[in-house]
Ligand binder design. Structure first.
Ligand code: HEC
Ligand code: HEC
Ligand code: HEC
Length: 146
């Protein structure tokens, strides 16, 4: 229920912002590439479900029933910083933080996933696997299924 209220507040805030030209609540950074065929409202409302990990180790099973890749999100939705390079999720300007900061949502996805396009060489667990990677993954997935 709380989630629904938050989502509604954000959606309302956004549409209100666009109606009231000049008093936009949140400035969502522009993306590059083709827009989503399902539309922005659909994506605002449903991205969290589309991105959800399978509760089984996706990696092992090699099968997913979702079609959303986090690596692709941070590519089209990259936001450049003052040095003309995409900012990481440490920056409050990062696409994924704009709304989340506003609604006080914290996501832990970028502990493992890159928050910038692949060519920008951010080192994450994905590319720098310590010996205990599998333990970390299993602990993470276990937490998800609680
Ligand atoms: C503990 C490490 C870890 C965390 C934290 C984590 N993931 Fe993953 N994720 C993985 C691994 C490993 C894979 C499988 C490797 C791959 O497909 O690249 C994966 C695959 C995925 C995929 C499919 C492949 C892709 O490129 O997107 C999605 C979508 C995804 N994760 C979303 C998320 C989201 C959303 C969160 C935060 C809620 C999250 N992950 C948090 C480790 C993690
Ligand atoms: C091929 C490029 C591309 C990819 C990949 C992509 N997006 Fe988008 N996305 C866009 C465009 C273009 C828009 C339209 C709004 C804009 O221009 O910023 C958009 C809009 C959105 C919106 C609505 C923003 C608003 O202003 O209301 C959300 C939320 C979103 N995307 C999330 C995601 C997530 C999460 C992923 C990864 C699963 C993703 N996108 C992958 C290009 C992309
Ligand atoms: C247009 C605003 C907006 C943008 C941009 C956005 N999100 Fe979200 N996100 C939300 C809202 C609102 C919620 C909380 C909804 C709820 O509580 O169910 C949320 C929730 C989530 C959740 C679930 C968190 C949880 O604890 O259940 C994940 C995962 C997530 N977003 C991933 C992303 C990623 C990854 C990006 C960047 C690629 C992104 N979001 C960009 C608005 C946004």
């Amino acid at each position: 229920m709380k989630r629904l209220i938050i989502a509604t507040l954000v959606l309302f805030g956004l549409s209100y912002g666009t109606i009231q030209a000049g008093s936009v609540y949140l400035e969502i950074p522009m993306a590059t590439g083709e827009p989503h065929p399902e539309g922005n409202v659909f994506w605002r409302t449903n991205h969290m479900d589309l991105l959800r990990h399978d509760r089984d180790l996706t990696m092992r099973q090699g099968e997913r029933d979702i079609d959303a890749s986090l690596a692709s999100c941070v590519t089209c939705h990259a936001v450049n910083g003052p040095d003309a390079k995409p900012v990481t999720v440490k920056s409050e300007d990062h696409f994924c933080r704009v709304c989340h900061d506003y609604t006080a949502i914290k996501i832990d996805c970028f502990q493992c996933h890159n928050s910038v396009p692949a060519d920008f060489g951010e080192t994450s667990l994905m590319f720098n696997r310590p010996d205990n990677t599998l333990d970390i993954l299993l602990a993470y997935l276990e937490e998800l299924s609680l």
